[in-house]
Design a protein around this ligand. Structure first.
Ligand SMILES: NC(=O)c1ccc[n+]([C@@H]2O[C@H](COP(=O)([O-])OP(=O)(O)OC[C@H]3O[C@@H](n4cnc5c(N)ncnc54)[C@H](OP(=O)(O)O)[C@@H]3O)[C@@H](O)[C@H]2O)c1
Length: 511
């Protein structure tokens, strides 16, 4: 594995790019005045349009409570391109998109809003290929879908028409609320119409996991308990809670990161090969992997799950406050900003191979990676001439910021003596193919327009993940403020998380 030339022309790729284009689409964004729309959705639409990936007949109807007219919404579009896509001046691409933008405002539970939406849809370029995007607070998801159903907007009026709904995260706050939300959605929509976003699945490296595992004969034979010692999945952030305290106080790291993103990563590493690359086959096998995880509290919450909260410290050379001093956070908060857990899978492939997961805010470095550590060779035949212990082979999938894959193996140090040293072989997405890696939201918006749910979470996966996590929250709820360990901002992990690894004779990777 090595980087291919970083130029724009890679002869290996000639003729390989076959890009499907969606049918005519109207995208209806609920929450059009919000942060997600400005930061991610509008820039993603611009990039898709620039790459000629949008259908010829495409328009956007923004919906929110804030009073705005079409022109003001269009100005917001330009502002968001400037701020989040680096587009300084209106160009041909933004001009074409702008002509298809319109805006409606009203209360989300007011049937009159949906009557106006129905009329606006009738006048749009694509009245019967409609993608609704719920970029609104989670408490409103159900309300909007009920109103869409009551207004007859969840069913197409022609045989070739389609209606789909993208639901943002978080999907529920525990098992009961996730089940209740699924029940409301299923009253008005078929499962095939529901696209639950987990933006990690839109990342190229995450999709590449499937290709890496199932299109390469050399890795499959070693992808099991005989050759793999353990797996470490890390999602580390340097930022604190920022302006999201109101949400984060209720959520915490286990809900915010583990239940969704990190369980998705784990399932992609652990899943059995699907019989085809169809959405249902892939999602069936991912679900199997998730269902094979032993209950996290089986040995007591203390040993399998560690939570902690950051105290004041230094990050990237700046002094930062502790979590309890952040604006909007209670001075006695027990919300976890760090979680480490050990998942054991009851499956033929993985019996006895622990999957360690850790995620936290205000850690030493921003990085998300999956590290697969292989067993050592049975005998260290070089020990007399090169007495340092040999490092285990390691396969690291970098999810962000430098998307790619690295392999660590032992090599001979140059010179007359037989000395060993670990070396890395790297594949980098940014340079290997000579083209920009699309943003996750571009991929996911396009897939939803194409009707491909492979990279979206199915109802049973979401519920299975909550079923694992909810008992941990219940156990934590009963413990007092003194029960949460602290770690200094800028550190790598609390002592308790290191101790959990040490008890297994292992260590967290230093990144
Ligand atoms: N921002 C991100 O980067 C990000 C990342 C991942 C997931 N998400 C998810 O995406 C969704 C939107 O997040 P956001 O960051 O864009 O939030 P936001 O900035 O607060 O915007 C929310 C949008 O919904 C509308 N809204 C707010 N309260 C409402 C209510 N009670 N009833 C109806 N509409 C309401 C707001 O507009 P009006 O006040 O004008 O109605 C606004 O358009 C949330 O579910 C969030 O968890 C966001």
């Amino acid at each position: 594995m090595s980087d291919a030339p970083g130029s724009g022309s890679n002869p290996l790729l000639d003729g390989l790019r076959i890009e499907p284009t969606p049918d005519p689409t109207t995208l209806v964004i609920f929450g059009a005045s919000g942060d997600l729309t400005r930061r991610k959705l509008l820039p993603a639409l611009y990039q898709l349009s620039r790459g000629q990936r949008l259908p010829a007949r495409f328009s956007v109807i923004g919906v929110a409570r804030s009073e705005m007219n079409d022109d003001e919404f269009r100005r917001q579009f330009h502002d968001s391109l400037k701020e989040f896509a680096g587009v300084e001046k209106a160009d041909e691409v933004s001009g074409t998109l702008v002509r298809g933008l319109s805006y409606l405002f009203g209360e989300m539970d007011d049937p009159a809003l949906y009557a106006r939406l129905a009329r606006t849809l009738q006048e749009s370029h694509a009245p019967d290929g409609v993608l609704f995007y719920l970029a609104i607070p989670p408490t409103v998801y159900g309300k909007v879908v009920e109103q869409l159903g009551a207004a007859g907007l969840t069913r197409p009026s022609t045989p070739t028409g389609w209606r789909r709904v993208i639901v943002e995260k978080p999907f529920g706050t525990d098992l009961d609320s996730a089940r209740a939300l699924n029940a409301v959605l299923h009253q008005h929509l078929e499962e095939s119409q529901i696209f639950r976003i987990d933006h990690y699945l839109g990342k190229e490296t995450v999709q590449n996991l499937l290709v890496f595992r199932f299109a390469n004969g050399m890795f499959e034979p070693v992808w099991n308990r005989r050759y793999i010692d353990h797996v470490q999945i890390t999602a580390a952030e340097t930022v604190g809670v920022e302006r999201r305290a109101a949400y984060y106080e209720q959520a915490g790291a286990l809900r915010d990161m583990v239940q969704n993103h990190l369980m998705q990563l784990l399932s992609l590493i652990a899943m059995e090969p699907p019989i085809t690359f169809s959405a249902e086959n892939v999602r069936d096998r991912k679900l199997d992997a998730l269902l094979s995880i032993q209950p996290l509290l089986e040995d007591g919450a203390k040993t399998n799950v560690i939570r902690a909260q950051y105290s004041p410290g230094w990050v990237n050379g700046s002094e930062v406050p502790g979590y309890r001093e952040e604006q909007g956070v209670s001075a006695t908060s027990v919300t976890e900003t760090y979680v480490a857990l050990r998942a054991q899978l009851d499956s033929w492939r993985w019996a006895g191979v622990p999957f360690y997961i850790r995620t936290g805010k205000r850690l030493a470095k921003r990085t998300t990676e999956i590290a697969i550590q292989f067993r050592r060779p049975p005998l260290h035949i070089f020990k007399r001439v090169s007495p340092t212990p040999i490092a285990s082979n390691l396969l690291v999938v970098n999810v962000q910021p430098d998307e790619g894959i690295s392999v660590r193996f032992e090599a001979k140090l140059p010179g007359s003596r037989m000395q060993l040293a670990p070396v890395m072989m790297n594949f980098r997405y940014g340079s290997a193919f000579g083209s920009a890696v699309p943003e996750a939201y571009e991929t996911l918006l396009l897939d939803a327009m194409l009707g491909d749910p492979t990279l979206f979470a199915r109802h049973d996966f979401v519920e299975a993940s909550w079923a694992l996590i909810t008992p941990v929250h219940e156990a934590w709820r009963t413990s007092g403020p003194a029960a949460i360990p602290m770690y200094e901002a800028g550190e790598w992990s609390p002592r308790e998380a290191d101790a959990m690894m040490a008890a297994d004779g292992r260590r967290w990777r230093t990144l």
